[in-house]
Design a protein around this ligand. Structure first.
Ligand SMILES: [Zn+2]
Length: 322
């Protein structure tokens, strides 16, 4: 493709590493993303993944899984290349005379999801708003935002729909993802209202036809995210803890304050709440927080952090997500 020899403009549809860690390879290009996406990218730079892989041998079962999921990838030495231009709402550009419209539909899969609609080609690139033949994973929600994003794709005047994962599809692909989200939302809601725990609900929901999609275990994360949403969510569950920790790794964490915090606190929920409270407040030089991760692993191994098999599945699903 001679036309692609020089890429002048790059769009990050969202902040997951499999969609933006290659940015530095097209250095010199304009990199466009939603403002929310750019902020989320800054929270989880490649060095975070590198630190996790490095710490994995000391992390017991969680570490084994980390290595299985990420051991084949080299995260060291990837230079973060943040977006050069951000927007909110919509942005229209011309590429070789063609109109291309960027449409922010997040928060949904992540905080700042964007669709890229090439109007003259009748094509839309959906990022991870669509997983085809694979299970969508709801990192962020709200589910209503994601459902609206699917409806928006379904209403588009397009012939070709390019998903974030899986084969190229058409608008019916958006319908299927919407049906999954609606189904899981309704099933989770019933169980939430009946007082069932998120872990039990995730096990209890029958996936039917959707179980043929890859990574069906992502139901665990999806139900957990929905429960957070239903509860109006100050409820700290393990998923929130792990997500917080993951985000905490690469931002402004300092090891010492975390250790101090751990010394003064008894319960893991207080520990986690402390991390949540600290998020965004700290300043200073980023340091690896392998110590915090290792502490969490120690607690898991010692049984002081309840880590039943479903929680391991949860962790695995979270770490595996693209
Ligand atoms: Zn993604």
């Amino acid at each position: 493709m001679p036309a692609a020899r020089r890429i002048g403009t790059l769009v990050n549809t969202h902040a997951n590493g499999d969609h933006c860690y290659g940015n530095s390879l097209v250095r010199g290009a304009a990199i466009l993303a939603s403002k929310a996406c750019a902020e989320e990218m800054a929270e989880v730079p490649p060095a975070v993944l590198a630190a996790f892989v490095e710490a994995a041998p000391g992390l017991g079962r969680a570490g084994e899984f980390l290595l299985r999921a990420f051991g084949a990838f080299e995260f060291r030495g990837i230079e973060p290349a943040p977006p050069t231009e951000t927007f909110e709402g919509e942005l229209e550009r011309r590429v070789g005379g063609k109109r291309v419209r960027l449409i922010e539909v997040g928060p949904a899969h992540t905080k700042g999801d964007v669709l890229v609609h090439s109007l003259d080609d009748r094509v839309v690139f959906t990022g991870d708003i669509l997983f085809i033949d694979g299970t969508p994973i709801m990192w962020e929600g709200p589910v209503a935002g994601w459902i609206r994003a699917c409806e928006r794709i379904e209403a588009m005047d397009v012939d070709v729909v390019v998903p974030g994962h899986g084969p190229i599809t058409d608008r019916s692909g958006a319908r299927r993802v919407r049906e999954y989200l609606v189904y899981v939302r309704d099933e989770a809601r019933r169980r939430f209202d009946a007082g069932m725990s998120a872990a039990d609900a995730a096990r209890d929901v029958a996936l039917g036809d959707f179980s043929a999609w890859g990574d069906a275990e992502r139901i665990v994360v999806n139900v957990d995210t929905l429960y957070r949403e239903f509860s109006g969510s100050s409820e700290e569950v393990l998923a929130t803890a792990m997500k917080t920790l993951i985000r905490h790794v690469g931002t402004r964490a300092r090891t010492a304050p975390i250790q101090d915090h751990l010394k003064g606190r008894k319960s893991e929920m207080e520990f986690i709440n402390g991390l949540v409270a600290r998020k965004g407040k700290e300043t200073g030089v980023p340091t690896p927080y392998n110590d915090a991760v290792a502490e969490l692993a120690r607690r898991i191994d010692a049984g002081s952090l309840r880590m039943d098999p479903s929680n391991f599945d949860l962790l695995r699903a979270m770490v595996a997500a693209g």
